[in-house]
Design a binder for this molecule. Structure first.
Ligand code: B12
Ligand code: SF4
Ligand code: SF4
Length: 325
């Protein structure tokens, strides 16, 4: 006997109940990426720190390796932006910690909601469901696009029509069909806009949708295990980068729901560089301990802070200062 399919209307209601802002789904096959292009990207463009993407490429391209019998990928989005300004109003003696990181580590909060929905699916339909929020080899952006949540913009991020790109994505693999086809695809919304490319401080967005990782500040300040190259402009970024999102018209006109869980923790919106440089382990743990920057560690954050402080001093020197070059 074929098991009952998931009822789309009930699924939407359950997602809202779990505190998720948008939900969609797609059949788990075919995988909505060009496998050869992805393999090339992973082989040629991924820095060693992101080698894990390539190591589990087969799992990314075949969700049944994660959940045997999988039929559907349910994708959800949770909007996280509030009204706090981005880097554009930051004083020169501070470093920018990006929106995803100035609060408690988002994985816990988002996974709690996505796992709630997964448990609901299991309980309601007797299905098997596995939840991921950046916690497994799932191509979250590509699946979100296939599930009708949004389009992938020139900045390489998933942009939802309602909340823009400041959304965290979560995936649930389920061994059931849904009784409605996948929601319609959202058409490309970039058109002739190039705002993100023009605003990127390091020219990392020359190829639409494909970030040059060897130039991206999010890589160099979040995942890299070595210091950023000396000739790469850090442009005030201490941890993460939101430039290509802050300038995006989809974000500029999106509502800012401002969930309390994602508001800046004390001292994390524009931290003073000297404060960061003066921190010992205890002080670092007090300020950054609950955030994703804790994984990076004090010395790596201070390494970037030192670069920023020295650039800020150079920039602050008057033009007629004989030591200015
Ligand atoms: C590794 C990783 C990074 C790496 C590399 C990013 C990358 N582009 O690969 C680094 C450290 C640089 C990074 C940075 C950031 N990340 Co990140 N990251 C991931 C992670 C773990 C894997 C991404 C991945 O699979 N890369 C593999 C490569 C091959 O993918 P790709 O080059 O993007 O190729 C894709 C495109 O080709 C796309 N694609 C498919 N079809 C089509 C069609 C069209 C038309 C186009 C244009 C593209 C396209 O699909 C491919 C595969 O996904 C995901 C979580 C996850 N499991 O998916 C989060 C994730 C992508 N990151 C996220 C975030 C929030 C960020 C930052 C904003 C954090 C910050 N503020 O600093 C920045 C954004 C930088 C940017 N402009 O992309 C969110 C993005 C949410 C969203 N709205 O899209 C995710 C989804 C985490 C989450 N669960 O919410 N990240
Ligand atoms: S995150 Fe920053 S450095 Fe990376 S592509 Fe976007 S604007 Fe450029
Ligand atoms: S800034 Fe413009 S080009 Fe870039 S992602 Fe947004 S709409 Fe697309």
């Amino acid at each position: 006997m074929t098991p009952d399919p998931i009822h789309a209307r009930t699924l939407r209601a359950m997602a809202a109940q779990a505190g998720l802002d948008a939900v969609g789904w797609a059949p788990s096959s075919p995988v909505p990426v060009d496998a050869e292009a992805l393999a090339r990207r992973v082989r040629d463009d991924m820095p060693p720190e992101l080698g894990y993407v390539g190591r589990r490429l087969a799992d990314r391209l075949e969700p049944s390796r994660l959940l045997p019998g999988v039929r559907t990928i349910v994708m959800s989005a949770l909007a996280y932006a509030g009204p706090a300004p981005g880097i554009e109003t930051m004083p020169a003696d501070c470093g920018y910690v990006s929106r995803f990181a100035w609060c408690r580590d988002y994985h816990e909060e988002v996974l709690r909601r996505v796992a709630d929905l997964a448990r609901g699916i299991e309980a309601h339909w007797g299905a098997r469901a596995r939840a991921y929020v950046d916690t497994g080899p799932v191509l979250e952006k590509a699946w979100s696009m296939a599930a009708g949540l949004g389009f992938i913009g020139r900045n390489g991020l998933l942009i939802t029509p309602r909340f823009g790109s400041f959304v965290f994505l979560g995936a649930i693999l389920v061994d059931r069909d849904v009784d409605e086809p996948a929601p319609p695809a959202v058409p490309d919304g970039c058109g002739t806009c190039t705002a993100c490319r023009d605003a990127c401080p390091t020219d990392a967005l020359q190829v639409p949708g494909c970030v040059a990782l060897d130039r991206c500040l999010a890589h160099w300040t979040v995942t890299a295990r070595t210091s950023p190259p000396p000739d790469l402009p850090l442009a005030g970024h201490l941890y993460g980068c939101d430039r290509c999102q802050d300038v995006c018209p989809w974000n500029r006109r999106a509502p800012r729901p401002d969930p309390p869980a994602f508001r800046p923790l004390p001292g994390l919106h524009y931290p003073m560089l000297q404060d960061v440089l003066d921190m010992d382990e205890d002080a670092f743990a007090r300020r950054f301990g609950a955030t994703p920057a804790a994984r990076r560690g004090r010395l790596a954050v201070q390494d970037v802070a030192a670069r920023l402080a020295s650039a800020a001093q150079t920039d602050a020197r008057p033009a007629d200062d004989p030591s200015a070059g």
